[in-house]
Ligand binder design. Structure first.
Ligand code: ADP
Ligand code: ZN
Length: 608
């Protein structure tokens, strides 16, 4: 049985010592001809699960992948490893496509990447039936789910692969999936007999942090400067305008940032994406249109400056940080305005009741993650049905927030809304209500004679910031709602009554003083990647400069040549022979042969 061949290929071709997690079981299962549904977090090593069986089994592995840019990078990376791979997509002219088809028919390809709409054409199906197929791999399989956030109608057609080629094993892979999505994938792709491989979704190297928003662009800038100066990152925003304005702001502050959203021309998007992949240390400011299939391993941070709409989306987006296993951050800033805005958008959305209910549940889960006083990771993983203990690598573990009895404060706030409505027939937004509570004689308050309300000034003991936090949590818990008038004015809910009447105690979250300080603090430690002894640091920098040159020369992203983690390991180990160099994780035989001598030279004499 050619199973030991799998390990041999992992070592020789990819330069990795051993399989990770469930890779080995999956690889063996597919080599044996079994179907598989693979759930693995981003960075878990999904590609290996179909690349190695494609190399071991007779024939070509057909990989269905939704993104052209991704295919290109994967094929480049495989070619660098000495694997025979190609793709068929709309970026090619017919001559190039013909050449690929010939190679496939001649049995010269180990892997062939195809876009789903292309695959389903008669021409392509006919082509495939004339060659030998090792397997079908369906990447980003959650695209088949209509309820998910990346639905692609072309994916629905893929169930026919089973009818047409029942004997060819199929492996579907995704990084997002709740129970529900998983069932949907299996059903829609006709993977009814497939074995399910569900890995732990934990990404221990990512540090999760959720901060209270005040001046979000400044906070973002401070975070980048303090922790990720000169490193690659992604900043997610909800709207195009916010993307533009945030990218501009960062550039003016000396952070190299690029915008990405659906309103930019195809050409500009492609250019920015390619720069982000190829150049070191760029920040991409984007809507969620950006990122699926972005394989860049050295994204050091993912920041959200607007509240994501669901935990599934949030987890998928943050998962793009730290695929190389080195420390990375997921940073989210969220505030009262986010809650008001998203609740309002939900109420105004034209969708049917089921849709709204679903979106509402998604938002509630997201808000509860933001307001939790326990471990963020625990709560995230629980959402995907997985249990762990407190992680020690999220903000609530590192700087535990306090919880306090906010019942009386909540009553004051709720009665203000109640009195305004009962006594004056008026509704107001959060800012004005807080002014009344704090007894502020603003122009609007004197004009409206709100200083004569019995609740005027009853909350003077708490700061503006504290009240905003309380308001946010009441909104998050559905104890206050935004009115359907479209102005963000606030009203009570059914659930408010129990709190007002004192029948329900309300525990609220208060950020620890230390956390508040450290989110403002600036100077901090060097990025983990550069945390090396001076000698090794010099070698590392020299290797990076060398790599940049090779990458430019080959027209591929730097990480296709070597990952940072591999260069870092070389710098630390300082190998003196090809044999020693070959032992380092990420150095396969082809790269050893191609680059070994040059690397040893730079280890010996690190010139920049
Ligand atoms: P995914 O597609 O699941 O997000 P990838 O297949 O891109 O993940 O793998 C993530 C990174 O981990 C890649 O850089 C890959 O080379 C590396 N990797 C995968 N399997 C192993 C392994 N067994 N040992 C070491 N590194 C691995
Ligand atoms: Zn934790």
């Amino acid at each position: 049985m050619p199973k030991s061949e799998a390990l041999e290929i992992l070592r020789r071709v990819f330069g990795y010592e051993s399989f990770r997690g469930e890779q080995q079981d999956i690889v063996e299962h597919v080599i044996d001809g079994g179907d598989a549904l693979v759930l693995m977090p981003t960075g878990g090593g999904k590609s290996m699960c179909y690349q190695i069986p494609s190399l071991v089994r007779e024939g070509t592995g057909i990989v269905v992948s939704p993104l052209i840019a991704l295919m290109q990078d994967q094929v480049d990376a495989l070619t660098e490893l000495g694997v025979s791979a190609a793709y068929l997509n709309s970026s090619q002219d017919w001559r190039e496509a013909r050449a690929v088809e010939q190679r496939f028919l001649a049995g010269e390809l180990d892997l062939l990447y195809v876009a789903p709409e292309r695959l389903l054409t008669e021409r392509c199906l006919d082509l495939l039936s004339r060659g030998r197929l090792a397997l079908f791999a369906i990447d980003e399989a959650h695209c088949v789910s209509q309820w998910g956030h990346d639905f692609r109608p072309e994916y629905l057609g893929l169930s026919m692969l089973q009818e047409r080629w029942p004997q060819v094993p199929r492996i579907a892979l995704t990084a997002t999936a709740t129970e529900e999505t998983r069932r949907e994938i299996a059903q829609r792709l006709a993977l009814t007999d497939a074995r399910h491989f569900v890995s732990s979704f934990d990404r221990p190297n990512i540090r999760y942090r959720i901060v209270e928003k005040d001046d979000v662009r400044r906070q973002l800038l401070a975070m980048i400067r303090a922790e990720h100066e000169g490193e690659a990152g992604i900043v997610y925003c909800l709207s195009r305008a916010r993307v533009e304005e945030t990218a501009d702001f960062l550039c003016r502050q000396g952070v190299q940032a690029l915008p990405y959203h659906a309103g930019l021309s195809q050409a500009v998007r492609a250019e920015n994406q390619s720069r982000f992949l190829r150049e070191d240390g760029l920040v991409m400011v984007a809507t969620i249109a950006f990122g699926m299939g972005i394989d860049k391993p050295d994204v050091r941070f993912v920041a959200h400056i607007d509240l994501p709409k669901s935990i599934e989306g949030y987890y998928q987006e943050t998962g793009r940080a730290g695929r190389d296993g080195m420390p990375a951050s997921a940073w989210l800033a969220y505030g009262l305005q986010d809650v008001v805005q998203q609740r309002r958008m939900l109420e105004e959305s034209p969708g049917d009741e089921t849709f709204k209910r679903r979106q509402g549940a998604n938002l509630d889960a997201m808000l509860s993650l933001c307001e939790t006083v326990s471990c963020r990771r625990q709560q995230l993983l629980a959402y995907f049905g997985q249990r762990i203990g407190p992680c020690g690598n999220c903000d609530t573990c590192l700087e535990p927030p306090e919880s306090w009895d906010g019942t009386v404060a909540a009553q004051k706030l709720l009665s203000t809304i109640y009195r305004l409505w009962r006594e004056r027939g008026q509704r107001y937004g959060a800012g004005h209500i807080i002014d009344i509570l704090r007894g502020k004689r603003s122009e609007k308050i004197t004009q409206q004679q709100h200083d004569t309300l019995s609740v005027f000034g009853v909350g003077a003991d708490l700061s503006d910031k504290a009240w905003r936090s309380i308001m946010r949590q009441l909104l998050a818990q559905g104890l206050v709602m935004t009115d359907a008038d479209g102005y963000g004015t606030l009203a009570l809910t059914e659930a408010s009554r129990a709190v007002l009447k004192g029948e329900r105690q309300l525990m609220l979250r208060r950020e620890s003083e230390k956390a508040a300080r450290s989110s403002r603090a600036s100077a901090k430690a060097r990025p983990a990647l550069l945390d090396l002894p001076p000698e090794a640091l010099k070698v590392f920098e020299a290797l990076r400069a060398w790599r940049a040159e090779i990458a430019r020369h080959h027209g591929v992203p730097a990480y296709v040549i070597f990952h940072d983690a591999t260069l870092r390991e070389i710098a630390l180990q300082a190998p003196e022979s090809l044999e020693e160099l070959g032992q380092i994780s990420g150095v396969g035989s082809r790269k050893l042969e191609a680059y070994g001598e040059e690397i040893l030279q730079r280890v010996l004499q690190p010139v920049l």
